[in-house]
Ligand binder design. Sequence first.
Ligand code: ZN
Length: 409
Amino acid sequence: MESNILSKSAMSWNTHSIISRIATLNSIDDKEKLTVTPIDTLIKVSGEALSQAAHRFRSQLYRELGLPLNLGNDCQQIITPLDFLRCFRLNPITKFRYVRVMEVEETLPDMIHDPSRDGPPGHSYIDTQLETHISPDAVFLTYSDEPDWGMDQELFSIPAYSMGSPPFGPATGSSSQAPFHMAFFHEKRITYWIMPSLGKRLLIIRSRMCFNLAEIAFNCNQSYWGWRFLGWAAHYLQDVTCPYHCCPFPPKKEKMLKRFLMNPFPKQFVKNNMNFLRNRHALFEATVSYVMNEHFKKQLAHPFIEALKANSKELPADIDLAAREISKLPYLLAPKINNLMVQLFSWPLIDKADYYLGDDPDFAVNGILEQAIEARASYYGEFVELVSQCLHEAGRITRFVIESSRGFI
Ligand SMILES: [Zn+2]
């Protein structure tokens, strides 16, 4: 049987599964065992419910995109996994992989991190066979990483989907998932007036879809899929607590303006500055993922871990309002966090137009981070303090996902 795990050269960070693990520590009943079930079974037993949910999802999606609803005849029924992908506007080449995230005891303390994102990372996931048993929390943790394995990529370049051009970000490549993984709630009115597409919140529509799918799955006794879809919902909502996912331009506005004045041709400017932003985003995620991983695995205390576990007040029941609330602080802290990180690393390569660290097979944050901390400890201290405040929001929204689904689990 073909392995579900990707080779060492094509792995993604597993930040979401660590966030979910720490945020829900001991709060999901792990005595119950679920059967690993293929998606075909869910499709077979759910009757009309899936196609109705897909119709609802597409209505909301096209309304948000400002496009006429593309009903066509292509989604009258969901009979195969490919129908499922097409009707929920997911990448049709997606493979549903049956894996589980490794337990802390199963991983090596010096497990490396690799920045590409094409599937479950081989260093931290292992195959699960169909019909074997797995606990609900293992499913939830594992699949809170899944939306980063490619299912939201390239959607705007599929002619049959008729989704127009992406509201932001490129139409192809790994960054083409941006409109479903980023949402900007807190810009000034004038920013939305100049760039209305920045206000498009496909992420919320995708999260609603996941809750809906989870409810359908639990209702027809497909708890494995119920927990897997809740993992997806957690992913999207955790994303908006990352400063680079809720703030379109974390580097200081003056700095961007200076760069624009040096090169005032919009197309060329975007081309030259795309990596400027992507490198900062990728370096941030690599750092946070690495620090969390290291400390959790070695069972060492760290403010990131404490922040994820900390008690917090309840969120509004509505997903849109909850996402708005948890992204506020990360949005406000974004410029400061970005600045501290750039000063901490003082690494000129991230400013280069033709370098993207996500494509650099030799990039590893371990090593350069330790050197940076030794040379510039005060920046690190403040960076940790502010990022912890964002992770506190990530923990809050993860528990919100579990709490809001209590009614149908
Ligand atoms: Zn994401």
